[in-house]
Write a protein that binds this ligand. Structure first.
Ligand code: HEC
Length: 415
C-alpha cells in the first residue's frame, strides 16, 4: 500500500480533530442501512418459495438501487478507507489495505443482492448474503484491531486477528443490532410509511408484523448480554467513562424497545412504530459512538505521536518552501525604486543628511556585498552613535532584495 501512503501528508492538528467526527459520520451512514439490507434479504430467502409476495416485500424494505448503493455503501466505505489511512499514518499496521480488501466483497455482496432481487434469483441473493457475512466479520476484526494498538507492530498477515473472542463478540453485536434495526425498519416501511405500506388486507401482513416484532424483542433482549460482554473483553486502556455512559443509555433504550415489542406482539395492530424505529436507529448510532470512544481512548498514545510528527513535517515543509522561494526570487528594480521613494526618502537622500545618514556616505561599505545590506535592512541594528537607531521597516524578503539591489545600482551609477 505504498501508493496509498505516498499520497498523504501527516495530518495536522485541526485535521486530527476532524477525523473521528468523519469516521463516526461515515459509520452512521453505512452500518444501519447495510445491516437492514443484509438481514431483510436473508429473511426474504426464507420466504422465497413459500410466500413470494412476502419475499418481495422484504426486498422493498431497504431497496438496493444505484443511488442507495452509492450513498450508503460505496461512498462511506471509500471515505473510511482514506480516513483510517490518515488516522494510522506512520504506523506499521496495514489497516488501509485491510479495509480495501473488505470493501470489495461487501460491494460485490450488495450488488449480488440487488441483482438477485431484480431478477428474482434466489442463488444470487444467497451468494450475496454469504459474502456480506464474511465481509462484516472481517470488518469487525479490523475495527477490533484499531482498538488494540499494542498488537500493531506484530501484524504482518494478510488478515488481521480473526479468531479472537473479541472479534466474534463484536460481530455478534453487529448482527444483533442489524436484526433489531431490520425488524424496526420492516414495521416502519411496510406498516407505517404512507406510500410504501402494505394494503390492510395483504395476506402475509400479519406474519411479517409478528416476525418483525419478534426480531425487535429478540434483538433488544439479547443485545445487552453481548454489549456487557464486549465491555468486559475490551482492552483496559480503551475503557473510558464515556463508553460506560453511552452503554447505559443504550441499555435504557433497549429496555423500552423490548417492553414495546412484547406489548405489541399481544395486540392486533402496532402503534408508535415511527418512535420505535427512531429508537432502534438511536441504539445503533450510540453503539457506534461508544465504539468510537473506546477507540479514541485506546489510541491516545498514537494520537500524541501523530501530532508531533505532523508538527515536524509541517516545519520541514515550510523550510523547504522558504528555501525554494528564496532561490526563485528575482530582485525587481522597479519595486526597489518605488519602495525607496515611498518608504526611505522620508529619512534618506543620497547626498544629504535627513534623519538618517546620506546614502553616499554609508553605501560604500556595502559595495559588492548585497547580502550584508539585506541583513541590515531585514533587521536594522544600531551603527553610528551620531544618529538614532533606524526603525525596522517591516519589508518582505522580495522588498528587501529589490530595494537593496536598487540602492547599490544607483550608487554605482552616481560614482
Ligand atoms: C524613520 C527614518 C528612517 C527610515 C524611514 C529609513 N531609515 Fe535608514 N536609517 C535611519 C537612521 C536614523 C539610520 C542610522 C542608524 C544608525 O547609524 O544606527 C539609518 C541607516 C540606514 C543605512 C546605513 C546603515 C549602516 O550600516 O550605517 C541604510 C543602508 C539605510 N538606513 C537604508 C534604508 C532604507 C533602504 C530605507 C527604506 C526602506 C530606510 N533606510 C528607511 C532612518 C531611517
Amino acid at each position: 500500500m505504498d501508493i496509498l501512503k505516498n499520497m498523504l501528508l501527516p495530518p495536522g492538528v485541526e485535521h486530527l480533530q476532524m477525523l473521528p467526527v468523519l469516521v463516526v459520520f461515515m459509520l452512521w451512514a453505512h452500518l444501519p442501512f447495510a445491516g437492514i439490507a443484509w438481514i431483510c434479504n436473508l429473511l426474504s430467502l426464507v420466504f422465497w418459495r413459500r410466500n413470494p409476495a412476502a419475499a418481495r416485500d422484504l426486498g422493498r424494505v431497504a431497496p438496493l438501487t444505484w443511488s442507495t448503493v452509492c450513498i450508503f455503501i460505496v461512498l462511506p466505505l471509500a471515505s473510511l478507507l482514506f480516513l483510517f489511512q490518515h488516522f494510522l499514518f506512520g504506523e506499521m499496521v496495514p489497516v488501509g489495505s485491510y479495509i480495501l480488501r473488505l470493501t470489495l466483497p461487501i460491494i460485490l455482496g450488495f450488488l449480488l443482492l440487488a441483482l438477485g432481487q431484480h431478477r428474482r434469483q434466489a442463488a444470487f441473493v444467497a451468494a450475496g448474503s454469504v459474502l456480506l457475512a464474511g465481509g462484516y466479520f472481517f470488518f469487525s476484526s479490523v475495527m477490533n484491531l484499531i482498538f488494540t494498538p499494542e498488537k500493531w507492530p506484530f501484524i504482518r498477515r494478510p488478515m488481521p486477528d480473526v479468531f479472537s473472542v473479541t472479534v466474534v463478540v463484536h460481530f455478534k453485536v453487529f448482527c444483533l443490532v442489524s436484526v433489531l434495526l431490520a425488524g424496526a425498519a420492516i414495521l416502519f416501511v411496510l406498516f407505517h410509511w404512507p406510500e410504501k405500506r402494505l394494503p390492510v388486507d395483504a395476506p402475509h401482513a400479519e406474519t411479517l408484523r409478528r416476525m418483525a416484532l419478534a426480531m425487535v424483542s429478540g434483538g433488544s433482549l439479547l443485545l445487552p448480554v453481548f454489549m456487557i460482554w464486549e465491555l468486559y473483553v475490551a482492552p483496559e486502556p480503551a475503557l473510558s467513562l464515556n463508553a460506560f455512559w453511552l452503554s447505559a443509555l443504550v441499555l435504557v433504550l433497549l429496555a423500552v424497545l423490548a417492553i414495546w415489542s412484547v406489548t405489541m406482539l399481544g395486540r392486533s395492530a402496532s402503534r408508535w412504530i415511527a418512535a420505535a424505529f427512531v429508537g432502534a436507529l438511536a441504539v445503533s448510532g450510540l453503539l457506534i459512538l461508544k465504539d468510537h470512544s473506546l477507540q479514541a481512548a485506546a489510541n491516545q498514545e498514537h494520537w500524541v505521536l501523530l501530532n508531533e510528527s505532523s508538527a515536524r513535517a509541517l516545519a520541514e515543509w515550510q523550510g523547504q518552501r522558504a528555501a525554494q522561494l528564496a532561490k526563485n526570487m528575482v530582485a525587481d528594480d522597479k519595486l526597489g525604486e518605488k519602495i525607496y521613494n515611498d518608504r526611505c526618502t522620508a529619512c534618506h537622500r543620497f547626498d544629504q543628511k535627513v534623519v538618517g545618514p546620506p546614502y553616499n556616505q554609508v553605501l560604500p561599505k556595502y559595495a559588492g556585498d548585497m547580502e550584508k545590506l539585506k541583513t541590515f535592512l531585514r533587521n536594522p541594528v544600531k551603527v553610528d552613535a551620531a544618529y538614532p537607531a533606524m526603525p525596522n521597516q517591516g519589508l518582505t524578503e522580495l522588498e528587501v532584495a529589490s530595494v537593496a539591489s536598487f540602492l547599490l545600482k544607483k550608487h554605482d551609477e552616481g560614482k
